[in-house]
Design a protein around this ligand. Structure first.
Ligand SMILES: Cc1cc2nc3c(=O)[nH]c(=O)nc-3n(C[C@H](O)[C@H](O)[C@H](O)COP(=O)(O)OP(=O)(O)OC[C@H]3O[C@@H](n4cnc5c(N)ncnc54)[C@H](O)[C@@H]3O)c2cc1C
Length: 380
């Protein structure tokens, strides 16, 4: 039977980053995924994701963002291509807004000085596409970027094509290794990284109680005043208003302003990608643009569906939920699982890929505490 030291099941941003890192370090690694790059499936598909250095989810993420940033620049050097386009990030909400306060606190904890608009009035003057209430709290971080997700996937895989098997794989632990089965062959691996995005619980069912897959509709809007929303003139934005959290990008690809509501859709199965996003599902970003970003408001000219895989709150320690899972399975440490989504994992892919490579190459290495499985009582 064919063998390898490390098999990676799932080559979205996380699995592809791990593949890139392990191949770079000379490991005997194979990656499995039935999806060709560009297919509109998997949580990493599409042109872009937001890179934030300062994360309102937790200021503890700054170090991971910084490691990832160095990784993105290294990937750019290796591939000769831009994968992270610098962009300011404007975050705003009504007076007292938690999103803004947490982002400011994360920047302060990193001893970073925040420049630029601090309220709605100043933001409207600096970026004429906006019409924010004048008293809104605003923070603008100049350390963000547009992560070119599909381009990053291609860059991760470049040079490792001969290690990619375009097949769905199943795993079965045996005393002599983990048996990987596809429709064409069986391969025995000493270790496995399972980075299967919304499908991860199909391969590791003990994760299912802690994960929730949800449908997310995304739209591209024809900007009413394109000169105000071009890349370089207009920031990435995250607005936490009465309708919920809505984020968007400058029109950096000539396709309109991409905007969506964060974390809004119903629970679905990992194979439920249809129907296409409806006008109703895009109502909230549409109305938010019309009221708060009129320069970007306009007809929906493109749409997409993506899936978030959200993590439940821990029950052994206290956390806010939506924290990543990256760990060895306590019942079989040859299996490393990676579920870093909850709608904010992409930016960290280079750092997480390196972390997965470190763990696969050093069986004694433990996962970062916050990401460990023993925070859930069924793994403790
Ligand atoms: C709408 C949306 C917006 C987002 N915005 C941001 C953002 O702005 N910033 C940010 O940082 N993050 C963002 N995220 C989150 C980010 O995209 C995810 O954290 C990231 O894509 C997860 O990557 P992954 O590799 O874990 O999963 P995936 O990309 O889903 O990859 C999993 C892969 O596993 C494969 N697979 C599944 N089962 C098998 C099997 N049995 N055998 C072989 N292969 C298998 C699948 O085909 C798939 O390619 C967003 C997510 C969505 C959906």
């Amino acid at each position: 039977m064919k063998t390898c030291d490390i098999a990676i099941i799932g080559l979205g941003l996380m699995g592809s980053a791990a593949l890139h890192e392990l191949a770079r370090r000379g490991a005997d690694v194979l990656g499995f995924d039935p999806l060709a790059i560009g297919a509109a499936r998997g949580s990493s598909h599409g042109s872009c994701r937001i890179f934030r250095r300062f994360n309102f989810e937790s200021e503890a993420y700054t170090a991971l963002s910084d490691r990832a940033f160095a990784g993105w620049r290294a990937l750019e050097s290796a591939s000769g291509q831009t994968v992270l386009m610098p962009s300011p990030i404007l975050e705003a909400g009504p007076p007292g807004c938690e999103l803004v306060a947490k982002s400011r606190a994360a920047a302060a904890a990193a001893k970073s000085r925040i420049m630029g608009p601090r309220n709605g009035r100043e933001a409207n003057a600096a970026f004429p596409a906006f019409n924010l209430p004048e008293d809104w709290d605003v923070v603008v971080n100049d350390s963000g970027g547009i992560l070119l997700a599909e381009r990053a996937l291609r860059a991760f895989r470049a040079g490792a094509e001969d290690r990619v098997i375009l097949e769905t794989a199943q795993i079965a632990p045996t005393p002599s290794g983990i048996r990987i089965t596809t429709t064409r062959e069986e391969i025995m691996a000493a270790q496995v990284i399972v980075s299967a995005g919304p499908w991860v619980a199909d391969l590791v069912p003990s994760l299912r109680p802690h994960l929730m897959v949800t449908r997310q509709a995304v739209g591209w809007f024809a900007p009413a005043r394109p000169e105000t929303t071009a890349y370089g003139e207009f920031p990435i934005f995250i607005l936490d208003g009465a309708r919920g959290m809505v984020y968007g990008f400058p029109d950096f690809e000539g396709r309109g302003v991409k905007a969506a509501q964060h974390d809004h859709g119903p629970v679905v199965g990992a194979d439920q990608w249809e129907p296409p996003a409806s006008d109703l599902e895009l109502d909230i970003p549409s109305a938010t643009l019309a009221e708060l970003v009129p320069g970007a408001a306009g007809a929906v000219i493109d749409r997409d569906i993506c899936l978030y895989t959200n993590t439940a709150k821990a029950d052994v320690i206290v956390d806010d939920g939506n924290e990543f899972i990256i760990d060895r399975l306590p019942a079989d440490p040859r299996i490393i699982v990676a579920s870093p989504c909850s709608g904010h994992g992409a930016k960290f892919a280079t750092a997480i890929g390196a972390m997965l490579a470190d763990m696969a190459l050093d069986p004694k290495l433990k996962a970062i505490d916050a990401f460990r499985l023993d925070r859930f009582s069924n793994f403790a």
